[in-house]
Write a protein that binds this ligand. Sequence first.
Ligand code: NAP
Ligand code: G4F
Length: 324
Amino acid sequence: MEDVLTPKALITGITGQDGSYLAELLLAEGYDVVGLMRRSSTVNIERISHIQDRLTLVSGDLMDEVSLINVLRDHRPREVYNLAAQSFVQASWSQPVLTGETTALGVTRLLDAIRIVDPTIRFYQASSSEMFGRVRSVPQNELTSFYPRSPYGVAKVYGHWITVNYRESYGLHASSGILFNHESPRRGLEFVTRKVTHAAAAIKAGRQREVRLGNLDAQRDWGYAGDYVRAMWAMLQRDTPDDFVVATGETHSVRELCEVAFAAVGLAWENHVVVDPAFLRPAEVDLLIGDATKAHRELDWKCDVDFYGLIEMMVAADVHALQR
Ligand code: NAP
Ligand code: G4F
């Protein structure tokens, strides 16, 4: 018989970086965790293999609303965390329609499925600081207007506003977390932090000679994914849904990232980083720095890991993985 006292949550994007940390957090909080995975021809559960036997993994896709309705009907979660997306900004120029289908319309499909199956479900939308794009003010908070600079950013603006709209139209408990960049040893290798930390470790080990990067001047507010999933959960524990910026409040350039990562293995970054126009973007987000005052005040949230701790953690994990 189903245990009605144990809270149940559905995570879309459970195979991704954030999905894995959120699943760990919810398990520790005593949840039954259901993870939505899309079908693929190879197994793709590297990030959650250590907790796989404690999860219920189900098949579904943000492109297919019926699959979402069926998963909600079959599993009856109390909370839904929508972390699934085509999340790589660079790829959104080569696949703009797919990005819109998944990252934008996928949110509507899931919200509609919730409205149909059980409108009391609490919903979290993974919004992004990419929505601020060409920033209108510094630092960015919940009131800063959006000016997205990529098909991904445009899709996230849609996902954010449809979440607000379903909250206001249908009274859903739907919250949007506007999260600034957050990283970890589980970050995909295509994102700049992991690309650099992995390269520093591989060059130190003699397996690679250089790393090719694009814009070294871009500045980001980089935090630790393990800290940021706590804010997602806290949003859904409130009586009223709302929108929150989650950020460290510090910004660093890609150049500084290189300095810190290569210094962690005793190398000078200038000897190994090559600027390659292939990695420049058609339009760039030059500067992101978040003001998370509202999250500090209303979610009692703060980050524990700073930029230097984060990059050193990532380099150490890459060094360790290469030694194995
Ligand atoms: P990620 O590692 O790229 O994970 C994305 C997840 O979405 C993967 O599990 C992926 O599945 C899944 N997915 C993609 N298309 C799907 C579809 N059509 N149906 C179902 N699942 C699909 O991303 P992340 O870094 O964990 O980020 C989580 C969310 O937060 C994303 O929505 C991202 O846009 C947003 N966000 C991230 C950051 C950040 O700095 N990390 C900042 C702000 C917002 P596969 O494994 O099968 O590919
Ligand atoms: O690591 P990135 O690819 O992350 P980006 O574009 O900021 O997006 C990430 O954070 C968003 C939150 O703001 C999320 F919504 C999104 O899903 C994703 O997680 O690039 C960071 C910066 C950019 O300015 C890019 O131009 O690094 C610059 N960069 C320079 N060379 C590079 C490279 N980025 C990548 N990926 N690869 C390079 O070689």
